[in-house]
Write a protein that binds this ligand. Sequence first.
Ligand SMILES: Cc1cc2nc3c(=O)[nH]c(=O)nc-3n(C[C@H](O)[C@H](O)[C@H](O)COP(=O)(O)OP(=O)(O)OC[C@H]3O[C@@H](n4cnc5c(N)ncnc54)[C@H](O)[C@@H]3O)c2cc1C
Length: 647
Amino acid sequence: MHPTTQLLQEARDKVTFPTQELTKLIYGNEETYETFMKAQKVIASEPSIKNHPDYHNWGRKEQIIKSYEKLRIMHQHLNLANASHWAPMLSLFQGTTPSAVSFGMTVPALRFLGTDEQFNLWGPKFLTMEIVAAYAQTEIGHGSDVQNLETTATYDSQTDDFVLHTPSVSAVKFWPGELGFLSNYALVYAKLIFNGKNKGVHPFMVQIRDNSTHKPLKGVVVGDIGPKLGYSTKDNGFLAFENYRIPLNSLLARYVRIENGQFSRHGNEKISYASMMVSRQLIIFIYPRMAAQSLTVAIRYSITRQQFTNDKREENSVLEYQTQQDKLLPRLATCYGMIFSGLRIMELVDDNFHRVLKKDFSTLQQTHAILSALKAWSSQWVVDTAEWCRLSCGGHGYAHYSGIPAIYFDTAPNVTLEGENQVMYLQVARYLLKVLQYVEKNPEKVPFYFNFVLHIKETLANQSTDFGQLLKLTLTLQLISVAKKIKDNMSTGKSFQQIWNEVVGVQLLSVAQRYAEYFTYLVFQEYISNANPSVKEVLQQLCDLYSLQVILDNPNTLIESGRITVEQFKLFNETKIELLGKLKPQALGLVEAFNFSDNALRTCIGCHDGKPYEYIYEWATKENSVNIKGVPQAVNDLMGTKIKARL
Ligand SMILES: Cc1cc2nc3c(=O)[nH]c(=O)nc-3n(C[C@H](O)[C@H](O)[C@H](O)COP(=O)(O)OP(=O)(O)OC[C@H]3O[C@@H](n4cnc5c(N)ncnc54)[C@H](O)[C@@H]3O)c2cc1C
């Protein structure tokens, strides 16, 4: 057997739990798992869409064209209208998946905000891709602050339609994905002007390109914004309107309507963020799986990579080093927590979705808060994890052939899109403070995943050093502290907004993040109690390592409160080292439970059979097109020039 294949095989033999039991937990249900495996198989077996070793030498245009071809072929094999079919694909392709915005953002918005008639009118056309529609909210001048968007949709009572207009450069729609080339429609967010009055920002379904030529319609200026940090195949675009007339029915009218020349509102205004829930839930569901890809590569490589010798004069796998374990294993533990949170959140969002359709808004705000917290926390964590995995692979991690840099690039935008993370955290903090206020007057209103606020006295009195208890204590202390600071400052005459923006901002972000960590702990524990007995032990070790790392990363609150002594912290560090030792032999099984194919990992250094050096060398000598064409002539031209350099 090849020596590095042998190293991986020996590591596999040491795994003591049945990996397939974890696979079942990771994918949540049989259908998602089967679809994921099918997508991997189709992509690997279709030569025209198989991940290509030379991909990162291609130009952006070639990459975009290839991404459309991939989508066309995947349509023949999977039902891409079904999120559980296309969502797993996002982590398997080189480049982003075209139509993900249309299916993942615009269709849910249409479902939530359009009437049934509007959904029936446009919905079926999305399924056949007769309509692909960008989600056009952000403008050059405003993103997070949606209420201050400048695009106007002015109702014309003479013609009973709207005039859509971009009044300034800062009002040009900028950034929407799939707008640059792909979309023939856009869901445009614009200020509705009715009888000269601003009725707030609302969504309008607008045709922007011709059905047969795909050219922009008269009055529409549209195109691609250009290259970015990664995300090269996504045609993020710009869009401007020059007094462009759109029919009355363009306004999504489930909650606001113009009928017989009268404007009216129906239901809950907060519904506008319900449509974002679907895409945020997908961010939480999908992208930790890309972190799992980077961890698979890094852990396999760390087993096959040998540097320096041990006492027996044998070379050490770098995973034998405690410092390498410290880079990777706490992240692997967190990855499991995030995967479980993602699955639980799918259930919460689904439940909320069905309620909202029946005009029951009782779970809307709590679902929004949980989603915002986890979207912000997980998206930053995924990018950081890709970076740590890259670093853990030394020089080879830096090359695209490791598969890791692309994961970094393609997950980095999630920190900003779908709600900038800090802005999300601030919304979570606002909700936490609101829930705290329920405690005295309306304790029955406190939702299940926030019920720590009902046990504040017990939490403060509890002397346990149980990790879950300490996470709850940290969250509770931070929430009480920030609530008190706001109250104290109010008595000095400052306005609430001033205190929020200038006095407690950093504390608010912190408490919101503590909530995300605590929620993940709660869900982790739920999954452990329902898991097959054969994997309970390893899951508990992961959960312990996860919680411990969170505590060690942010010890200040516990130290300041005097609840944890320096001695206890020393002990925590010892416990962590013990856990690293226990989880090291399980690490390969823990990443291989995700079942990523070599093609999906797009790696030379983290393949199932090892052999990193052979694959790296093969790629450099046979696949790297820069070696094959083009550059040598330019070198000749350069060397032939008599450059007059001054010595
Ligand atoms: C790759 C990519 C794809 C995108 N796709 C789409 C799309 O399909 N459709 C679409 O409509 N848009 C899209 N966007 C735009 C995206 O939604 C916005 O960029 C995002 O909402 C952030 O808004 P912003 O750019 O205005 O950032 P800003 O809000 O200007 O943020 C700048 C800084 O200000 C801080 N800040 C802002 N407000 C506050 C506050 N109240 N308190 C404290 N700090 C604050 C932020 O934390 C940040 O540090 C995309 C963006 C990217 C990068």
